[in-house]
Design a protein around this ligand. Structure first.
Ligand code: BGC
Length: 436
């Protein structure tokens, strides 16, 4: 279903882009150091289809073709991630140097994320010095790319990396620490703050972070459900945003964090030039039920003080995530109301859905609905400056392997053939209309 009703006009200068991440597309594992994801995916049973990202989209070798796809799409910007394990290998920054040159030559603005979950194997976010090492790596990257890269993202979704990787053990490094994972959150936040300082010292002045957020809806008005939903909201929407934007943790959290928390919060709350939100779907949450619950294929353990409930009456993606565009407007207006003038301009750094097929009307409907919902947030006065689709290419979807396809471009993983989907043509047309 290609809608004929044109998307309303976004302001001049609004940044339209697509996103990817290093581990999910690059391949060429033998040209870099191993990451926690290489270690994790080598363990049997970790990835649904038993795959690894050893080749993935073979992007390191095929980046010329991928830059041509970006140019053909007509995006202003491309959000990719720099692999810390690749930068640690001899000559590792050369690849990003070439990629950035190619993007600039194609008229596509490079927007690197400096950490998208692929921690070098042997490092551990439970250790404070991982944050300091991260800042040193960031200095090296800005020193090499900062003459051409003008927009930077420190971390991708520290909330998911903490929850899935360190609390529930579903992602690398596979730790099941539950609430003992909180120091992992603190050290990533500290890494972010130190990275902001390192970037500014290297001359950067357009810096953001990409956090996952979405409305949490209580399953009912029952106080037990409301309390559980408030707690889920705290974990997803406040645990990272409060320290970044307000310079403090939500009540009661300080005491659970390691080190000199007050001093660290000064670093963590270095002012941001903009705030990135990755939005996919809202979550309906109720009181714990004493059993595991299913969250889009993720088993949420019974010990958690909340349970995830189904959102019925909505279409769902292949991942089982409900399609609720108006929840994007809701999360943005809620952020504006919660943080007021402490909230810098917002960029949607990821939004997308997994569906099979090169003819993908469901993806078009999803993106169309969410772009309109974004425009409603603008009309409601939220200062939104950009929108990035997840993702340019079908890729290695973490614990789901290659079983979930989020791309605007189909990838045949046997031949590496790229085929633009109907949604690619739709997005290209949207960009054309926006500029006409
Ligand atoms: C992550 C991506 C991931 C996408 C879809 C986001 O949480 O940043 O790496 O592929 O969601 O699951």
């Amino acid at each position: 279903m290609v809608t004929t009703n044109p998307v309303p006009r976004f302001p001049d200068g609004f940044l339209w882009g697509v996103s990817t991440s290093a581990h999910q597309i690059e391949g060429a594992v033998d040209e870099r150091e191993p990451s926690v994801w290489d270690v994790f995916t080598a363990e049997p049973g970790r990835v649904r289809d038993g795959s690894t990202a050893a080749v993935a989209c073979d992007h390191v070798r095929r980046h010329g073709e991928d830059v041509a796809l970006l140019a053909g799409l007509g995006v202003d910007a491309y959000r990719f991630s720099v692999s810390w394990p690749r930068v640690r290998a001899r000559g590792g920054l050369d690849f990003y140097d070439r990629l950035v040159d190619d993007l600039c030559a194609a008229g596509v603005r490079p927007v690197p994320t400096l950490f998208h979950w692929d921690l070098p194997a042997g490092l551990d976010w439970r250790e404070r010095d991982t944050a300091e090492r991260f800042a040193a790596y960031v200095s090296e990257v800005v020193g090499r790319l900062g003459d051409r890269v003008t927009k930077w993202i420190t971390l991708n979704e520290p909330a998911e990396h903490t929850l899935l990787g360190h609390a529930l053990g579903i992602h690398a490094p596979g730790l099941k620490l539950l609430f003992d994972a909180l120091p992992v959150a603190h050290h990533q936040l500290l890494a972010h703050g130190l990275a902001v300082r390192a970037l500014r010292a290297g001359g950067a002045d357009d810096i953001g972070i990409a956090n996952s957020h979405g409305p949490t809806w209580p399953a009912s008005e029952d106080p037990a459900d409301v309390e559980a939903a408030d707690f889920h909201d705290l974990l997803l929407n406040r645990l990272f945003a409060d320290p970044l934007l307000l310079g403090r943790y939500p009540d009661g959290i300080d005491a659970l964090m390691p080190g000199d928390v007050a001093a660290d919060l000064q670093v963590i709350s270095e002012p941001l030039d903009w705030y990135g939100i990755n939005y996919y779907a809202p979550t309906r949450v109720g009181a714990p039920q004493g059993t595991e619950t299913d969250f889009g294929g993720i088993r949420m353990p019974a010990e958690l003080p909340f349970s995830v409930r189904e959102i019925s009456g909505r279409p769902v993606t292949d991942f089982g995530w409900p399609v609720v565009p108006e929840a994007l407007t809701e999360v943005l207006t809620a952020f504006r109301d919660r943080y007021g003038d402490r909230l810098p301009p917002v960029v949607i750094t990821e939004n997308g859905c997994s569906y099979e097929g090169v003819d993908d009307p469901e993806r078009i409907a999803y993106l169309d609905g969410h772009v309109r919902a974004l425009h409603r947030a603008l009309e409601a006065g939220v200062d939104v400056r950009g929108y990035f689709v997840w993702s340019l290419l079908d890729n290695f979807e973490w614990a789901e392997g290659f079983a979930r396809r989020f791309g605007l471009v189909h990838v045949d993983f046997a031949t590496q053939r790229r085929t633009p989907k109907a949604s690619y043509a739709w997005f290209r047309e949207l960009l054309r209309e926006q500029r006409s």
